[in-house]
Design a protein around this ligand. Structure first.
Ligand SMILES: [Zn+2]
Length: 454
C-alpha cells in the first residue's frame, strides 16, 4: 500500500510499526459552533479511508481529539452567557449528532483537552527541563523554535521566511516570531493551576500530549486538514520530538481544502454551510459520494450541481438493489475486486475506485437479468467506503417533502381506486400533481411505490 507522506512530500510504501496494525491520530473539532461542510470533508475522507483499511484487514486504532479549550470557545461562551465547558458540551453533542447522521464511525477514543491537563503540564515541564521552553517575567510559556533544527520541514519553510511573513502580531516576550505558546497565563475564562501560574494550555501541545498518551511516543499516521499543516502540525512535531527524542508520527496525511463560490469557506467570510443545511435536501451518502469523487488531497469546489451529479450516480446504484436480495458471499470477480484494492491502496484513489464501481455496476444488469453474485460483490465494495448502507426505500424517500407520508399513501390508494374504476384521467392527474411536488410514483409488480426526486 502506498500513502502520500506530507512530511517527505512523496508517495511512499506504507510500512506499519506492527504487522497489519495502524495507529492513527486525526486532529478533531474545536467545539464552539455547528459542523460545516469543510469539516465534513476532512472527517468523511478519513472515515472512508479507515472503513476501507478495516475492510482490507488492517486493525486500525483511530484516535480523534476534541478541542474543548480554546479562545474561540471562551469568547462564544461569554456571548452566550454560559460557562465555556457548558458551551463545548453542547457542541460536542451537536457534533456527535451530525457525525452520526453522516454515517461516520466513532473513533476508538475521543479524548478531550480538559481531561488531559496533567499530561499537558508534564510535557511542558519536560520541555522546560530540557531547555526547549522559556518564559520571561510574567509572560506566557513559549517553545523555543531555534533549538529544534528541523523546524519548518513539514510545511517547507525556513525560520527566516516565517519571520518575514508573520509580522502582524509582534509579541516582545518571544525570542523568535515563530515561537508558540505552550502555557497561556490567564485568570479569566477556563483556567487551571500550573507551575507557571494560573492559565490554560496553548493549542498545539494538546495533540502531542493526547496522541502520545493513547498511541505512544511513536505511531503510524497523523492526519488532519491541510490548514493545520502550519503552524499546528509543524509545532506538534517540534515539541514532540524535543520532549522524547523519538520520531513521533511516521506518516502525515492532509486532506485538501473545500471551496465554496470559489472562495475558502470560513466563518469570517460568512460563506459557510453547515452539515445540517446540506442534509435537509441531500441524503448523507450523496455528500459522501460527492467528496469521494475527488481525491482526498485535492481541493473541492462545493456546489449543489456537484451534489446533484453525485446523486445521479448514487440513484443508479441504489436502483440496482431495489428488488434484489444480496447474498453474503464474495464471488469470483477477482479482476474487479483486485482493481478496486489497487486503486484504494494507491494513496486512496477514490475517484478511480468509484469509476471502477460504476463500470462494474453497468455490467450487472444484462438485458434485465440481474447477476446476484456480482450485485453482492458490488454491495460489499460500496459498504467498504460507507456507501449503500441505507435501504433503497429509505434512500429514495430522503429529504424534505411537502406531504406527510400518510398523505402520500392516501394519494396512492386514491389513484389505485381510480384506475380500478378505469378513471385514468383522475389517476394520471394524481400522479402528475405528485410529480410536480417532487414525488415520483412507480408501479412495480402490482404495487406502487414512491420516491422523492430533487
Ligand atoms: Zn491537532
Amino acid at each position: 500500500m502506498k500513502i502520500f507522506n506530507s512530511l517527505t512530500k512523496k508517495k511512499e510504501t506504507f510500512i506499519p510499526r506492527v504487522h497489519k496494525k495502524i495507529d492513527l491520530y486525526v486532529c478533531g473539532m474545536t467545539v464552539y459552533d455547528d459542523i460545516h461542510i469543510g469539516h465534513a470533508r476532512t472527517f468523511i475522507n478519513f472515515d472512508a479511508i479507515i472503513k476501507f483499511l478495516r475492510f482490507a484487514g488492517w486493525e486500525v486504532n483511530y484516535i480523534r481529539n476534541i478541542t474543548d479549550i480554546d479562545d474561540k470557545i471562551i469568547e462564544a461562551a461569554r456571548e452566550a452567557k454560559i460557562s465555556a465547558l457548558d458551551l463545548s458540551r453542547k457542541y460536542i453533542n451537536e457534533m456527535h449528532k451530525d457525525f452520526d447522521s453522516l454515517g461516520m464511525m466513532r473513533p476508538n477514543k475521543e479524548p478531550k483537552v480538559s481531561d488531559h491537563i496533567n499530561e499537558i503540564i508534564e510535557m511542558i515541564k519536560t520541555l522546560e527541563n530540557k531547555g526547549y521552553a522559556y518564559s520571561k517575567e510574567d509572560s506566557d510559556v513559549y517553545f523555543d523554535v531555534i533549538k529544534f533544527k528541523e523546524y519548518g520541514k513539514l510545511s517547507n519553510r525556513t525560520l527566516n521566511q516565517i519571520e518575514s511573513a508573520e509580522r502582524i502580531d509582534i509579541d516582545l516576550n518571544k525570542n523568535h516570531e515563530a515561537d508558540f505558546v505552550l502555557w497561556k497565563k490567564d485568570t479569566l475564562g477556563i483556567t487551571w493551576p500550573s507551575p507557571w501560574g494560573q492559565g490554560r494550555p496553548g493549542w498545539h501541545i494538546e495533540c502531542s500530549a493526547m496522541s502520545m498518551k493513547y498511541l505512544g511516543e511513536e505511531f503510524d499516521i497523523h492526519g488532519g486538514g491541510l490548514d493545520l499543516k502550519f503552524p499546528h502540525h509543524e509545532n506538534e512535531i517540534a515539541q514532540s520530538r524535543c520532549a522524547t527524542n523519538k520520531n513521533f508520527a511516521s506518516y502525515w496525511m492532509h486532506t485538501g481544502p473545500l471551496r465554496i463560490f470559489e472562495k475558502k469557506m470560513s466563518k469570517s467570510l460568512k460563506n459557510f454551510l453547515t452539515v445540517k443545511d446540506v442534509l435537509k435536501n441531500f441524503h448523507p451518502e450523496v455528500l459522501r459520494l460527492f467528496f469521494l469523487l475527488t481525491h482526498y488531497r485535492s481541493p473541492i469546489s462545493y456546489s449543489e450541481e456537484g451534489l446533484r451529479k453525485a446523486k445521479i450516480i448514487l440513484d443508479k446504484l441504489y436502483n440496482l438493489f431495489e428488488n434484489e436480495k444480496v447474498i453474503d458471499r464474495f464471488s469470483k470477480d477477482k479482476t474487479f475486486i483486485d482493481n478496486f484494492f489497487s486503486s484504494m491502496e494507491d494513496d486512496f484513489n477514490t475517484p478511480k475506485a468509484i469509476q471502477l464501481i460504476q463500470n462494474y455496476a453497468q455490467s450487472i444488469n444484462q438485458k434485465g437479468e440481474i447477476n446476484i453474485e456480482k450485485l453482492s460483490n458490488l454491495k460489499m465494495i460500496l459498504n467498504s467506503l460507507g456507501l449503500l448502507e441505507d435501504h433503497p426505500n429509505n434512500y429514495f424517500k430522503y429529504g424534505s417533502i411537502d406531504f406527510l407520508v400518510d398523505e402520500i399513501e392516501n394519494f396512492i390508494n386514491e389513484r389505485a381506486e381510480a384506475r380500478k374504476n378505469k378513471n385514468f384521467k383522475l389517476a394520471d392527474k394524481i400522479r402528475d400533481d405528485l410529480l410536480e411536488k417532487g414525488i415520483l410514483l412507480e408501479d412495480l409488480d402490482g404495487k406502487t411505490i414512491w420516491k422523492k426526486i430533487s
